[in-house]
Design a protein around this ligand. Structure first.
Ligand code: GLN
Length: 193
């Protein structure tokens, strides 16, 4: 089993490291051919307009959609969450449209560009709560039927799942707590069978 980390921009190395910490092989994915060799894909944080354009440029948008359609689990964090959303409020930017959520970009305001919070995420176990790092983070304004909210912060959904699609508004790769990555690894294991 091998899990890919989309490597067009953003904190790729941290995700590769987190996947390996779960005892699973990790591969930086820049090309379509590499995507064919992975059983699951993580889309890291970065800048969603930039990554969205690069996805189109390299033909990776269609390739990811096809693999996801065929059952490959996909996990998007921050920019990854934005790109996976079907609706980015007030924006027409390119996206993958993989999960039925309505997302607000840079939603926590400028004065709190970056902050940390303890989240209760029952799906990944605990106590202790999960220390979550938010960086110019989006939140999920609302979800459509079929989407399960896995974590909230101040009444806003910040982690959700719809079948093989997982999204988090925060950066689970930055804290050394691998519970969220383990949760995704289990999703991939299940899909591989
Ligand atoms: N604000 C960024 C965007 O809109 C996301 C920031 C991040 O990924 N940490 O893409």
């Amino acid at each position: 089993m091998q899990i890919g980390v989309l490597a067009l921009q953003g904190d790729v190395a941290e995700h590769l490291h987190a996947v390996e910490a779960c005892g699973v092989k990790a591969l930086a994915v820049k090309k379509k051919e590499q995507l064919e060799t992975v059983d699951g894909l993580i889309i890291p944080g970065g800048e969603s307009t930039t990554v969205g354009k690069l996805l189109v440029k390299y033909g990776l948008d269609d390739a990811i959609r096809e693999r996801a359609q065929a059952g490959m689990p996909v996990f998007g964090t921050c920019t990854g969450l934005i790109l996976m959303a079907r609706d980015i409020i007030g924006s027409e930017q390119p996206r993958l449209s993989l999960i039925d959520i309505h997302v607000q970009r840079n939603a926590f305001g400028r004065q709190v560009d970056s902050f940390e919070a303890d989240l209760v995420i029952e799906a990944v176990g605990g106590p202790p709560p999960f220390r979550a790092v938010f960086i110019r983070a989006p939140y999920i304004e609302s979800v459509d039927p079929g989407v399960e909210v896995l974590a909230e912060y101040k009444g806003k959904a910040v982690m959700a799942r719809q079948e093989g699609r997982l999204v988090a508004a925060f950066h689970p790769e930055l804290t050394g707590d691998d519970r969220v990555h383990r949760y995704f690894v289990d999703m991939v294991r299940e899909a591989v069978g």
